[in-house]
Design a protein around this ligand. Structure first.
Ligand code: ATP
Ligand code: MG
Length: 246
């Protein structure tokens, strides 16, 4: 399975992606979690906490006259993951693009993209957590994914960015995760799905336990394993499995 989580800022991409990755790893899958956001947050929801270095070394790639940026030596994505991906709870492996401003060297970025585009080791699941908005998807960073989960809050404003994301990958199997669904919500999840013409893959309730875990920098799965939000994400994992086997 190769799944990307995209959506507007603050919609819940990292909380959900981290929990999905952990649940898959717990179920026995080999999971590579990728934080593609240059304002990284996935390490917390995975339960790794603050990580100093989870990016790829900048000297893996170089800029050549007339060619542009290329990997310095031929090295497989599998090798890079083996060498550089951190190990996390439930046996998860983790890489992050790096932190802006100023800390994502072009060489690291080229090497990270190499992993996204080339890592196809059989038996592995890839879970990518993307930067807010549409920029990375329009630059092809989500092309690795067989399935894309668009995370939206149930508001009008959220629909605008979701619509744009949808138009960027018309060939990819895409579905909707309505997050922070609450009693007083502006829009009903099925109405959002109908408006966006996307299947509703999951409805995750607003859950104070998730927000509270985030404030402590702890994974939702560790802080609140029996919360309503985690239960909904368990259902999302089942749905993602179905989608991946289609
Ligand atoms: N279901 C939920 N219930 C309550 N709070 C939630 C829920 N999902 C996410 N949150 C909270 O919303 C905030 C944003 O969540 P998160 O960081 O996962 O979003 P994001 O889409 O990754 O944001 P960014 O675009 O900044 O990367 C966090 O404080 C998080 O704890
Ligand atoms: Mg995030």
């Amino acid at each position: 399975m190769r799944v990307a989580f995209v959506g507007k800022g603050g919609s819940g991409k990292s909380s959900i992606a981290g929990t999905v990755a952990r649940l898959l790893a717990r179920a026995g899958e080999r999971v590579l979690a990728l934080d593609v956001d240059t304002l990284p947050g996935l390490s917390y929801s995975l339960g790794l906490g603050r990580v100093a270095e989870a990016g790829l070394p900048a000297d893996l790639a170089e800029r050549r006259e007339k060619v542009g940026w290329v990997m310095r030596d031929p090295v497989s994505a599998e090798e890079l993951v083996e060498r550089h991906a951190l190990r996390g709870p439930d046996g998860i492996r983790f890489l992050q693009l790096g932190k802006l401003p100023g800390h994502v060297k072009p060489g690291s970025s080229v090497a990270f993209r190499h992993v996204l585009d080339e890592f196809r080791e059989p038996g592995w699941t890839l879970v990518g957590d993307f930067a807010a908005g549409t920029r990375q998807s329009s630059a092809g960073w989500s092309a690795f994914a067989q399935t894309i989960a668009v995370v939206v809050e149930p508001t009008r404003a959220a629909l605008i960015s979701a619509r744009r994301l949808r138009s960027l990958a018309p060939e990819t199997n895409m579905g909707l995760v309505v997050n922070k669904a609450a009693g007083r919500q502006a829009l009903a999840p099925d109405r959002i799905a109908a408006e966006l013409q996307l299947p509703l893959w999951a409805e995750v309730p607003y859950d104070e336990a998730v927000a509270s875990a985030d404030r402590k920098g702890v994974a939702p799965l560790d802080a609140a394993p029996s919360s309503a939000a985690v239960a909904a994400i368990v259902n999302l994992v089942a749905r993602l499995r179905e989608e991946a086997s289609r």
